[in-house]
Design a protein around this ligand. Structure first.
Ligand SMILES: [Zn+2]
Length: 82
């Protein structure tokens, strides 16, 4: 069983609006900041991980973590979501 993470609703309650997405391939180690508004409050961060595709290497699957520094950045594109 994959590790369960907090929901987007819980994350937004904590004042975090974005996530950091890390490629699951350590040799790629691509990461990007993604605005989380598109995902519903009931979804867990771990729920979308298998559905993300790395824009750098094309590998499916990622590690998603709350971006607690979101407010000091601006959105920079997004990771492919299907
Ligand atoms: Zn990658």
């Amino acid at each position: 069983m994959p590790q369960q993470k907090i929901t987007f609703g819980e994350m937004r309650t904590a004042g975090v609006r974005g996530v950091l997405v890390y490629c699951s391939d350590y040799q790629c180690s691509h990461s990007m900041a993604v605005l989380a508004d598109r995902w519903g409050d009931d979804l867990r961060l771990s729920d979308i991980e298998p559905r993300l595709v790395c824009t750098a290497c094309g590998k499916r699957g990622a590690d998603v973590r709350p971006d607690f520094n979101w407010h000091i950045k601006s959105p920079i594109g997004g990771m492919g979501y299907r």
